[in-house]
Design a binder for this molecule. Sequence first.
Ligand code: GDP
Ligand code: MG
Length: 575
Amino acid sequence: MENLISLVNKLQRACTALGDHGEESALPTLWDSLPAIAVVGGQSSGKSSVLESVVGKDFLPRGSGIVTRRPLVLQLHRINGDREYAEFMHNSTVKYTDFVVDLTLIDLPGLTKVAVEGQSDSIVQDIETMVRSFIEKPNCIIIAISPANQDLATSDAIKISREVDPKGERTFGVLTKIDLMDKGTNAVDMLEGRSYRLQYPWIGVVNRSQQDINKSVDMIAARHKEREYFANTTEYKHLAHRMGSEHLAKMLSKHLESVIKSRIPGIQSLITKGIAELEAELHRLGKPIAADAGGKLYTIMEICRMFDGIYKEHLDGMRPGGEKIYYVFDNQFPIALKRLQFDKNLSMENVRKLITQADGYQPHLIAPEQGYRCLIESCLVSIRGPAEAAVDAVHAILKELVRKAISETVELKQFPTLRVEVSNAAFESLDRMRNESKKNSLKLVGMECSYLTVDFFRKLPQDVEKGGNPTNSIFDRYNDSYLRRISTNVLAYVNMVCSSLRNSIPKSIVYCQVREAKRTLLDRFFTELGAREIKQLSKLLDEDPAVMERRANLAKRLELYRSAQAEIDVVAWTR
Ligand code: GDP
Ligand code: MG
């Protein structure tokens, strides 16, 4: 029994220390699942007196007209079995010692009928609402106080406890002020349950009167007097074994014990759930940061590697996005090549112009070699546009994937500065790769312009005659069918080159950009990191102070939950 109750007190203390009162906390509310005892009744019905005598010490604000304005939550502790103390949760520096039982007790303000001078009209309702909020919780054991010298039918305690506990499963009816009843009347009918039936038998008590209090009659004497009273009063003799504060305390303890026992599995699962949630959130917040430079560097490298891994997965297809690059090669780039419209470059006028210009003052003799070259080059240079556009399109995709991978690296969420630096470093690398890739793609085009495939032309039917009329002016040197043939040949050659570039430019892009991004995206960043001082490394791991605080709180809470779990496991096994 003592173990059980001290466990409950420990758990409750843990909850209170953590601010887990059930209302604001999203975590499972241990508080709500733990039993508590609340005393309800009308003003001056004897609530505080009963609590004190159950506890065996007078310490609650009490007296005629003095209302306990707000609930006093009290916990009683037993230390090493001999020294005990009690604490009020609203004022935990004040400790009260020497108690009989370990209980959690709530002394509620008295239910009032009318607002007195200086109180707002709503006070009657407000107090009732507040009292109800405590006693309606199923974990609350209600001590319903009714003074014996008043009609039970008017008892506020009975009225309100019946509302929240209609079956009377957790209500203990207590009759106070039995000694103050009118001469010739007694409480036997009430105590034997004939006036109002409760699940648990009524318990009569005789507390200290105002006069006793004024004379500072102590608790031990008051108990003694109470025992004497029931034992020596004829009407109550036969009930004496189940009357008085001590009996009330015993009944409450017994009830509390059975309640706690029945709650243990529920509490265990709440704690387990709480631990799981705390662990999940701690995991989400990430590990705390190492203090030394080596540890910090290691953390940064680890996080960067995570990012790098995710980035690669995007490119390799384990995560989405990489396929957009193939779309560029398979769609955008070929379409852009098709749109080049070489036939415009090869219009009759243009062919004539370039062929004659290339001849210069001396018309060619066998084949317009220079003219061909000029025409072909004028077509091929226009491929530079689509080539550059393809490089840029892939660059944009690679950048987008950096953004994605950054946001998917959970570990980076913890460190905003590192996040920015890593993405900047990645972007810078991608920029460098793009420049390199552009150079290379343009080189491929340039190579095609610088050396033509001889075989292609050898296979063409040879131009033996120029076909022009030599007597005509220089502009009429070549006839249309001759020029058309040149145009057809050039177009065929350009198309051939085009289809070869269509294959080789994507290769170059992958080589310079995609493959490099996979291999060396953060290489430069890593090199720079190695040279940084601890102060600069700390800056990179500048966690949001709110997150640090949250983590510390969660860790503390987790520790408390874990120790609560260990303790409750012991109790569950040994009961
Ligand atoms: P509360 O307002 O419900 O907390 O009531 P208190 O415990 O403060 O008691 C109100 C007054 O009634 C005090 O003066 C007590 O001394 C007195 N009182 C309470 N119970 C008894 C009792 O059983 N017998 C006698 N004679 N007086 C009592
Ligand atoms: Mg009181």
